[in-house]
Write a protein that binds this ligand. Sequence first.
Ligand code: GA4
Length: 329
Amino acid sequence: MVILSKPAIEQFSCIRNKQAATLFPPLIPLVDLSKPDSRQQIIKACEEFGFFKVINHGVPMDFISRLESEATKFFSLPLSEKEKTGQPKPYGYGNKRIGPNGDVGWVEYLLLTTNQDPNLLGTENPESFRIALDNYMAAVKKMACEILEMIADGLKIQPRNVLSKLMMDEQSDSVFRLNHYPPCPEVVQSLNGTSSNVIGFGEHTDPQIISVLRSNNTSGLQISLRDGTWISVPPDQYSFFINVGDSLQVMTNGRFKSVKHRVLANSVKSRLSMIYFCGPPLSEKIAPLPSLMRGDQQSLYKEFTWFEYKKSAYSSRLADNRLMHFEKI
Ligand code: GA4
């Protein structure tokens, strides 16, 4: 990892954890995609949490483990090799610095666009990495499409591919991210039961439609509930986690809320996550779906394209409320 000039503890934001905020935090909604009532469960979860866990997802475990093993090999290469994949502008290998506006986290990552061949120079076996990425991304894209079609069904909107076609489009601006959070020695335990956690990836919402996350069995991910309390998401390497992004919040005119989330570094284990961010084509207008608007209901948002939103996102800090600039007053 890159050594920054000041000691790590001064560079990274810390979260002071008292005891758990609520004695009985709500359970993360669980959706079994093979069950007939999964549509309704997805809608409920998107309304209440903007987040849910998915089982019986149909993504072969073999694709998952192969990509995990390629990613682990990649992140264990010397820094000079990893840097051959190019600095993140925005795509490439990044280390501690997130985005262009001064955000940092205890993380290294590889950020790729899904519609261009990735530059895998510097990896030991670029061809086997590429095959692992292709297989994994194709299977996850299929699952994401099914989920978006279930959302359309659950919302009773037609055609049922109204959302999924945005990510099936050849021009879809989807992004894929591999995040590696090395163990962080600076996670501090103190005598009065409080601990300080170093931020792996600071709080933010995802700008896209939905994001599909899979991680190894290391904890760290937290989501923010509507009342602002943070709850930890127990890791599950066999399942996927779905986040509602800002674009879906707009398309449902605020019925679904994009979920604020963050990752805390772990003191002993490294965390590896893989996230597929389902984005629309750059020219797509992001606006409430007409069939969801009843009577004289007005859009809560000004009109904008995905290009405009993305441009604005890249001039923001991670924790900013990016939709604020597009809300009608
Ligand atoms: C958050 C979601 C995705 O990881 C991402 C991130 C992007 C980046 O890391 O390049 C951003 C961030 C994300 C939102 C605000 C801007 C852009 C870093 C940042 C500070 C790839 C994305 O699409 O938006």
